[in-house]
Design a binder for this molecule. Sequence first.
Ligand SMILES: NC(=O)c1ccc[n+]([C@@H]2O[C@H](COP(=O)([O-])OP(=O)(O)OC[C@H]3O[C@@H](n4cnc5c(N)ncnc54)[C@H](O)[C@@H]3O)[C@@H](O)[C@H]2O)c1
Length: 411
Amino acid sequence: MKIAVFGLGFVGLTTAVGFANKDIKVSGYEISKEKVEMLKNGNIPFFEKDLNEALNNAIKTNLTITSDIIKALDSTDIVFYCIGTPMSDDGSADLSFILNALQDTANHIKLCKEKPILVIKSTIPPGSLKDVFLPFLQALGLVENRDFILANNPEFLREGYAYDDFMNPDRIVIGADFKIDKIIEIYSKFNAQIIFVSPNTAEFIKYLSNTMLSMMISYANDMSIIAKHIGDIDIKKAFEVLHMDKRFFGNPANITSYIYPGMGFGGYCLPKDTFALYKQSKNKGYESKLIKEILNINDAIIDYHIANIQENRDANIGILGLSFKPNSDDVRDSKSLLLIQKLIAKGYKNIYAFDPLANHSFKKTYNIDIKYTNSLNEIINSCEALIIATAWSDFKNLDVKNKRVYNLRYI
Ligand SMILES: NC(=O)c1ccc[n+]([C@@H]2O[C@H](COP(=O)([O-])OP(=O)(O)OC[C@H]3O[C@@H](n4cnc5c(N)ncnc54)[C@H](O)[C@@H]3O)[C@@H](O)[C@H]2O)c1
């Protein structure tokens, strides 16, 4: 097996050195001749812990560094593209550098082994592989799965820990239409799960990760402004104490259940407390757009789901879950109430409900015209369509034949 890595920046150099030190023959190809000279001499143009030593080991064994594309592509099975995708003037990702590299590859594709696998490792917006790169290669006269296989493989390494992150990944994500044996072969040398998903999913996963990190940083900064306006708040201490929350610890940490889509937060605390802090800060002269938007999204998500529920208005609709979260019978500000009210307002006439714990408290708290059922079986048998509104584990793997299930908690 031989691989080529195009672009020897942070990601590409780490990738090339990493695979070489896993005993794979690697050609590292870079257009900057200056960089190539430096790397050939065992020096790297930036600081990255352990990478210099690893490079020196790799160039003595499996890694060749070159600015000659012919050498780079000769007898190559897999090409990894680790080329920059900077922001263009309009804010979108500039994919032109990757397109240039694909064009160069296409010009010399015959040098590669049969049906080389072209893997985009750069960060590319969801849809790029299918909507940009595939048509580009096809326009050059190449036929997918005859002349090449196209895939993507987002990289999650952190600068400063690049080599260690590459050698010890948490997960390896491959976006492709089918499982590719050669990719499995090279990544089997790493101790991590190899996850094959559709190309769009793989691209999305990378942005899911980065935008979550951006959101958390902006959240923390916004909170520091709110604290300043309220006054006499030790923000450093406050965050240190926040980090002691046991939801951040363990594997998987319980915080993951909050970073998961569903139909919004309800219950006694989150809605009222989020709103109260927004109001307090506003009264003190700082209106947090972020907190306001958190509340707006929480209101809007239920309408988004309801728009997707298309059933006959006379059909029996079963609501699975009435408590605001699983393992509780608390129904205060439960999203299930809003869901039922909105379904009734849309003309649904026959609504059934079942909750493993909260039937009684829901009935007692809310005077609403629905039929309560006493078991999961009863509601399944009574209804044509079921809506999972609370993420009770009882609702996983439902045995429902010929019935539509709207899984609004993605359990
Ligand atoms: N830096 C990170 O921490 C990081 C982490 C994960 C993903 N990414 C993504 O990986 C991609 C690369 O990032 P980077 O930080 O390594 O970029 P970089 O700018 O450090 O490296 C890109 C390299 O590609 C070379 N290059 C450009 N066109 C080329 C071509 N046609 N053929 C060969 N080489 C070419 C450039 O000269 C440069 O050395 C980006 O999409 C980035 O968003 C970066």
